[in-house]
Design a binder for this molecule. Structure first.
Ligand code: HEC
Length: 163
């Protein structure tokens, strides 16, 4: 409060026309400010966007097993729900039992998902990656599946090796 009053008092006596104009300009943004604003604006925008993205992705990156900004934190998979999706979308090639002993499965040399070695060597994130984006002749399903669907599918795929 004290400093404010002092500033007001000081500025009053020296309120000649040009000086006041300068002050006004400064208040609303001087020419220099306008220029610098114009120059920095795209950079600021990029920085803001970057920061927003960074913070938006932060909890996901920390909670999940990595991946892009679209990745969701791992959800608990429900094998029963996954089975329904698998039968509808995957069994044509992979077979209802995951062994890929179907005509399409044989033609495309589809991976036997019940193989213990494959199960052990393949982390969930890799399964998610393949199902989302496809691999060789395996089509991408990312557009058709929610994060929950994906988690459910992975949970079901894991039951295929309950031997
Ligand atoms: C059109 C046939 C087809 C359909 C439908 C299909 N797949 Fe595949 N899938 C393949 C082929 C071919 C491969 C082998 C890809 C390779 O490793 O070259 C494969 C591989 C995989 C693998 C193993 C990937 C790896 O890296 O070892 C998984 C897991 C998988 N599929 C899951 C699914 C799931 C889940 C669905 C349903 C959402 C599905 N697939 C639907 C053809 C298919």
């Amino acid at each position: 409060m004290l400093t404010l009053r002092l500033t007001v008092k000081e500025s009053k006596p020296s309120s000649s026309v040009p000086h006041r104009d300068e002050l006004r300009h400064f208040g609303y943004g001087t020419r220099r400010m306008h220029l610098s604003r114009r120059r920095i604006s795209p950079v600021q925008t990029a920085l803001c966007a970057g920061l927003l993205l960074f913070f938006a992705a932060w909890p996901l990156g920390c909670g999940g097993s990595g991946g892009g900004a679209q990745e969701k934190a791992p959800l608990p998979g429900r094998a029963e729900e996954g089975k329904v999706i698998f039968m509808r979308r995957c069994s044509l090639c992979h077979g209802e039992d995951g062994k890929a002993e179907t005509p399409s499965g044989r033609n495309l040399a589809v991976q036997d998902l019940t193989e213990t070695n494959w199960q052990k060597a393949t982390p969930d994130e890799e399964i998610a990656q393949v199902v989302r984006h496809g691999k060789d002749k395996m089509p991408a399903f990312g557009r058709h599946l929610s994060a929950q669907d994906l988690a459910d599918l992975i949970a079901f795929v894991r039951t295929l090796n309950a031997l």
